[in-house]
Design a protein around this ligand. Structure first.
Ligand SMILES: Nc1ncnc2c1ncn2[C@@H]1O[C@H](COP(=O)(O)OP(=O)(O)OP(=O)(O)O)[C@@H](O)[C@H]1O
Ligand SMILES: [Mg+2]
Length: 285
């Protein structure tokens, strides 16, 4: 159970996130949409404590994570894995080491400084890579992978945190459509199989419709839409993006929707996902 209560962030006079209030009462795959500057990234960064909030509370199982300090704050950041548009990997390190870096915040300073990993860390990292369809890339330097593969390495690193929630800030914005589908399918599979909430900033309506259960629309820092993905009609989208855009869906669309969009959850079989990952690996190798 997650409760956002009047969460607000101001940068000087500019209110980037304005009294955001909503509840997540069961694990969900949530898409956050809105035009550039609506406050989507700031909102995720507040949740993860990368940016301090100005006021409000975020209660996770009854604890206000916005007021945690020191070790408790670090524990929350471990519980709340963050995936970024630009992956934030270490390009010259190999894939498996990058994944194991997801464990660092669970180890003491000395072990972290010297990057000393246990056999369990190594086994878990290989299992996470296998799950993301990247086992055979383990020893390759990250900089030699495609964007889609790098984003899946970043997701594997997030899984190493054993998170309770995954936050993703435009995880597919730098990817080609096929890689974007594989990355969104991976996040959906993690939600379905691990039963954790995934909250994902997206700039394409069709991606939100195809992969998310619930969509939150933001405009000027406020929540202006909150409903099931099916309720995201063109009228609702116009509200979120502003009528003056003349809402050209192609602006908020990738070619993911140019075929028949398949709701990921209607095809959640691990085998299907594996085949899709293998196909994309072949295509992007
Ligand atoms: N560190 C900062 N200092 C001052 N203003 C900021 C800062 N970070 C964000 N803002 C402002 O807050 C508002 C919301 O920004 P934010 O990055 O959250 O939007 P966004 O919805 O993620 O946009 P985009 O789709 O372009 O990523 C913007 O007006 C932005 O200029
Ligand atoms: Mg952003």
């Amino acid at each position: 159970m997650i409760e956002f209560k009047n969460v607000t962030k101001a940068f000087g006079n500019m209110v980037a996130v304005d009294s955001v209030t909503f509840t997540v009462d069961k694990p969900q795959m949530i898409g956050v949409i809105g035009r550039s500057g609506a406050g989507k990234s700031t909102f995720l960064r507040l949740f993860n404590r990368l940016t301090p909030a100005t006021s409000g509370q975020i209660l996770v199982e009854g604890t206000d994570v916005l007021s945690l300090k020191g070790n408790a704050k670090r524990r929350w950041q471990k519980d709340c894995a963050m995936i970024f548009q630009q992956f934030n990997l270490v390009p010259r390190l190999d894939v498996v080491t990058n994944v194991m870096l997801g464990r660092l915040n669970q180890h003491g300073t000395l072990r972290s400084m010297f990057k000393i990993f246990s056999q369990r860390d190594i086994d878990d990292a290989l299992a996470a890579l296998d799950r993301l369809g990247l086992a055979e890339r383990a020893l390759q330097r990250v900089e030699t992978l495609s964007g889609g593969q790098q984003q899946r390495v970043a997701i594997a690193r997030g899984l190493m945190q054993e998170p309770k929630i995954i936050l993703a800030d435009e995880p597919i914005a730098s990817l080609d459509p096929l890689s974007a589908e594989v990355v969104m399918g991976s996040l959906r599979e993690i939600h379905d199989r691990d039963g954790i909430t995934v909250m994902c900033n997206l700039h394409t309506l069709d991606t939100a419709r195809a992969y998310c259960d619930r969509v939150i629309g933001m405009a000027q820092g406020k929540v202006v839409f909150d409903g099931p993905a099916d309720a995201l009609t063109p009228e609702a989208a116009r509200e979120i993006y502003g009528a003056e855009e003349g809402l050209n869906e192609s602006v908020t669309s990738t070619s993911i929707s140019s075929g028949a969009p398949v709701r990921a959850r209607s095809n959640p079989s691990a085998a299907g996902q594996g085949a899709q990952v293998a196909e994309a690996n072949a295509a992007t190798a």
